[in-house]
Design a protein around this ligand. Structure first.
Ligand code: NAP
Length: 360
């Protein structure tokens, strides 16, 4: 039974596939420590909707793609209706180059990594693995060949970055394992984890050497630590990121939207601009590390109140933040990543949140 017909978009030398298919809506909220999370119980589309859709490198002929309901095979046939030329489920046809990159979770961060990677290696192919087809058209336009979750491991890539957040997954460590199986072991495999596992909640100092929360204390850190362990087992590396932000996304944007927030104002948080997280991730990938853990932050921790005071004083936003009303929720930590910077020769473009606001 045929489920849908892909349409073809030509982008320079690459012909990319975009699928029009039933989509799955999930609503997200931002969690003050960093991660947005889903408030939907139905997190994953059913298997019958997970149809793989790799962008296929072709020479000149326009092809159309017929997706089969089994989701295990899909066929490539020529536009003039002649017989199928290839069944991709059984014979991989992608020619993977030595700098090609698979991005699992090509969201805000992943797309910026793609951009940086292409600047570094012009002409490389970038592939994106998502959980729904909701953004496949956008990805295709950005030159990222989209696919849904794995049904097989026919393709292996020299560079794999996993930058999907945990909230859309029912088995996050399992997803990391799948990603690891897509790595051919050559370039690098990197997981963008979170600084949440560092065991510090008294607004104290914290760096790469701070011990992590023991497994079993918190489900949220358990998921991250288990995922990290999978990556390290496979020889990949981890970058623990602090709160990601850009002008319209991140803690400040969420709080500004709310106006009054039931959290304590003196909780210290740590930030890194999305662009800096992308340049840091690309630097780590490029250096082909094995089994290393790095820390991504701007080393300018601020209290929640300080963040929102800066926002209000900047005059760059149309809304005004009112207040934090919490009194007894946990405190945070003060992150410093000078060891990561020294080792990688990396510095952030936005040295602090205050610096970022000046650039707006
Ligand atoms: N936000 C923060 O403050 C923060 C802090 C520390 C660390 N991090 C980490 O930083 C990374 C990047 O975050 P972001 O804000 O750029 O993420 P994002 O924009 O929310 O990324 C969403 C993308 O990931 C895909 N995705 C979600 N779950 C997936 C899964 N299990 N398998 C494959 N694809 C999946 C989504 O697919 P669809 O297109 O189908 O929806 C979408 O393309 C994540 O690893 C996150 O955990 C974030």
């Amino acid at each position: 039974m045929m489920m849908g017909l892909g349409s073809i978009v030509h982008l320079s030398s690459i012909t990319l596939l975009c699928m029009h298919h039933h989509t799955h809506q999930t609503q997200f909220q931002f969690q003050p420590f960093g991660f947005p999370y889903s408030n939907s119980n139905n997190l994953l589309p059913s298997l019958s909707t997970t149809i793989p859709g790799w962008g296929i490198k072709l020479k000149s002929k326009t092809l159309s793609f017929s997706f089969m309901a089994s989701a295990t095979h899909f066929q490539v046939s020529s536009e003039d209706g002649s017989a199928p030329t290839q069944e991709l489920g059984s014979s991989p046809s992608l020619a993977i180059g030595q700098h090609d990159l698979l991005i699992v979770g090509p969201g805000v961060l992943g797309r910026l990594v793609a951009q940086k990677w292409r600047q570094e290696y012009p002409g490389c192919q970038v592939f994106g693995q998502t959980v729904t087809t909701n953004h496949h058209e956008e990805l295709t336009k950005l030159g990222i060949s989209p696919s849904l979750k794995w049904t097989k491991e026919d393709y292996k890539f020299p560079y794999v970055i996993f930058c999907a957040p945990p909230y859309q997954s029912s088995d996050y460590p399992g997803d990391l394992r799948q990603a690891a199986l897509c790595w051919n072991g050559e370039g690098a495999f990197l997981f963008t984890s979170s600084s949440a596992p560092y065991d510090c909640n008294d607004n104290g100092f914290c760096d790469e050497d701070t011990p992590v929360v023991p497994i079993g204390r918190s489900p949220r850190t358990d998921v991250l630590l288990k995922a990290e362990n999978v990556v390290l087992e496979f020889g990949g590396s981890v970058v623990r990121l602090s709160g990601l932000y850009k002008e319209d996304r991140g803690a400040h944007a969420y709080w500004l939207e709310k106006g009054i927030v039931e959290s304590r104002p003196d909780h210290i948080l740590n930030l890194i601009h999305y662009e800096d997280a992308a340049s840091l991730s690309a630097t780590i990938l490029k250096k082909k590390f094995r089994r290393r853990i790095f820390l991504g932050c701007d080393s300018h921790p601020l209290s929640r109140q300080e963040v929102m005071d800066l926002v209000n004083q900047s005059g760059k936003f149309s809304k005004r933040f009112e207040k934090f009303t919490g009194t007894d929720d946990p405190l945070g930590k003060r992150l410093n990543n000078s060891r990561t910077r020294e080792e990688l020769g990396w510095e952030p473009k936005y040295t602090s949140f205050a610096h970022f606001l000046e650039t707006l």
